[in-house]
Each structure stands twice: as structure tokens, then as C-alpha cells.
Design a protein around this ligand. Sequence first.
Ligand code: IDC
Length: 457
Amino acid sequence: MKRFLALLATCAMVLGLTALVSPQAVAATGCKVDYTITNQWQGGFQAGVKITNLGAPVTGWTLEFAMPDAGQKVVQGWNATWSQSGSAVTVVGAGWNRTLDTGATADLGFTGSFTGVNPEPTAFTLNGAPCTGSVEEPPPPTPGDGTPVDVNGQLHVCGVHLCNQYDRPVQLRGMSTHGIQWFGQCYNNASLDALAEDWKSDLLRIAMYVQESGYETDPAGFTSRVNHLVDMAEARGMYAMIDFHTLTPGDPNYNLDRAKTFFASVAARNADKKNVIYEIANEPNGVSWAAIKSYAEQVIPVIRAADPDAVVIVGTRGWSSLGVSDGSNESEVVNNPVDATNIMYAFHFYAASHKDNYRAAVSRAATRLPLFVTEFGTVDYTGGGAVDRASTTAWLDLLDQLKIGYANWTYSDKAEGSAAFRPGTCNGSDYSSGSVLTESGALLKNRISTPDNFPTS
Ligand code: IDC
């Protein structure tokens, strides 16, 4: 009974306030809107809209905003009355959330439809006042505060695993750049903050193509761009995997001299860092394992001479398929391993193209060889096509179970299915909201951002 009376008294107060204060008299002087796409599917999406009133208390509010794309329509909204005329959306507070004190929030949402891209709405206003208020963003984490590099320190290979400074196996989960000769604009402070803080990525793989307008056209320039990205990853406590992205021609020996020059330079420059992993040949193809092994045994000593303790990853035959794409399998490596210590072998897959027989090879090989999935796509081997959610999930579950690290192709806005961001994202500064993600990006962000629980003893 006492509680009931207290409730009645509260209601009376709220009602009293409602009667005394008209919305116009206390128009907000500021507000903030957090707009998050919580789910998206072919032609449809669901979004959350959180309003924070940063101005004076309001009783009765109208939120207005604009849909930037003509195809975007509110289908059904909740926790308010929603209407749309052309691109203009009007949302009127419901009975139970029409009072918003300073600092108070209202959580609304809607399902919508769209055609083409689905950009974030703009020009949010609350009772006419622009919702440009922002809450201070925390500074990027610096080593020393629980980042992946801080917790794990210098990595090394132990048995078939990658181990941390406590000699315990760890799985690193992260993203690969696209070719930095084409998508350099995607790797900036804002995008790497998002990768470290929102995605909680452990790793940035830096894909430096050698051909296709890459390293061979400007060795000094590409070396310095790679070093800069290593520093940017380090500043955010992420590991940096330096990928010498050989692809065409497929014989890495074609680039042997370039590899020696490049790795001598980056290994000397980054020797004191704990966050660097070297990947010496992206995808050997049309070449024997013996030729790849010979290349590795010439490049690894160059790295060791400058940076003795870093982990080195060697590509495998058949586009780093452990030979499977060439009709072979992991036994060619098991029976004839690279003569070096502290190394791992690369395995790559594209989920829509490479399925059970590839997963079987990885399951077998994982008991014999240290593996790192330095590149994979959720789509087919062209880097395009539809996301294969079932195969991607089967793969990532397997890698989690085997504690095999991975980097997803790509953290870029290329107009192809494998890219994590919608085209045009890298022309702007927003890498954090749900609306900039593709289906592949949303899936990977979900997987990568779960807690790592790295062992610390
Ligand atoms: C693809 C890119 C594509 C680019 C092409 C150029 O996705 O935008 O035009 O390279 O060479 C790999 C390679 C990787 C490929 C990717 C998808 O390591 O360079 O990227 N892929 O085809 N191996 C298997 C697939």
C-alpha cells in the first residue's frame, strides 16, 4: 500500500509538471542522437535511435530528421509516433517518454526499407534544436592499459600455437587492409580508432602488394607507408602483420631480391617493437612447395639478422591453401618443413568457395603445423559475390576451437562483397556507426569484438 501511494504521488508530480510547463517554454538547447543499425538484410533494416536531451528539461518533444537516400522509408516505429513525408521523418514522443530532463534519454527504434545504400540519417533536431551535441570520446588506448599488445607482449611460436609472453596459446582476431596502393585513404586515425576500440581488433594486417602498382613502383615510399601503419597499430595496442603481398606472378622467387631489401629494412626499423609479425609471401601459386621453401629459407635469415625474436609466417602452395587448391595437401609441408624456428604457415580461404575438404585439411594440419589464417573472405575467391554466412560461421567456429588466428579481407570500402565498409565510407570520418558496415563487415565486427580473455599467467 505504501508503495502504491508513493507511486501515486510521483504520478501527481509528473502530471503537475506537465500542466505547468509548455514544450515551447523549455525548448531544448541541445541534444544528441545515437543512431545505430542493429540489423540489416536485403532491402530492409532495423535501427535504434537514442535521444539524449542536453538542454533544459522538455515535456513533449518532436524529433525530426532527414533520410539522405530517396529509397529509405520508415516501415514501423516504436516508443513514439512515427511519420514520414518525402525524406522528412517526424517522431513525436509517446505518453510515457515525453518528459525528458536534462541528460535524460529516450530509446526509440524502427524497421525500415531501403534501396541501394543505406546511409545514416542527417539533420536530427529535437523541438527544433539541432542534435549536434557530442559526448567526449575517450582517447585511444595506449599500451599499458589492457590492449592486446600490452597483455600479450612479444609473441612466439610454441608447439603448433602462437603463444604470448606467459607462454600460453592465443588466438589473434583482426582485419586486413585492402591493397594500400589503392585504399590508403581507409587507414587513418579515425578508422584505426574504430578498429581498435569498436571492433576490439587484435591485429591489423598491412597488405603491401608488390606488383599491381605496389612496392616495385616505389620501394622507399611503400616501406615508409608500411612503417607508418605499424606505428599507428602500435599506438592503439594492436599487432601489425606486415604482408609482402605477392600474388601475380605466383612464384615468390620472382620477388626474392625485393623481399630481401624490403624485409632487411622493415625488420631493422621495427626490431624493438613487440607488435610486429612478418608475412613473407601472401599467396604462392603455380609453384612447388620446394620453391616456396627455398624462398623462405633465404628471406627468414635476413629478418632474423635484424629482428631475431619476431614471428615469421610463410605462405603455402596453391594460394596459401596448404596445397589443397593444387590437388595436394598439408603433408608436403609436414614432411618437408621450412628449416627455421619461430615460424608459422599461412592458410587462406574464401568461405563461399572453400568448404568441407578445406576445413578437413586445416583440422588435420592444425595438429602438426602452426597455422595462421592471414587472409580469408566471407565471399567467393574473387573477393566478391554474396556473403556465405553458413560457411563463414563454420570456418570461424573451427578457428576459434583450434585457437588459430585470422585476418579478414578487407577493412576497406571497395565495392565488392568482401569489403567491411560501404562504398564511400573512406571519404568521410564515420567508421563506427552500423550504417557504414556491409553485411560482411557487420558479421566480422560481431565476431571480432567479443572478449579475447587472453591468458595472463
Ligand atoms: C583482390 C581484391 C580485388 C583486387 C584484386 C587484385 O579483392 O579488389 O582487384 O585482389 O589483385 C586473394 C588475394 C587478394 C585478392 C583476394 C580476392 O590475396 O589479393 O584480392 N584473394 O580475390 N586470394 C584469394 C582471394
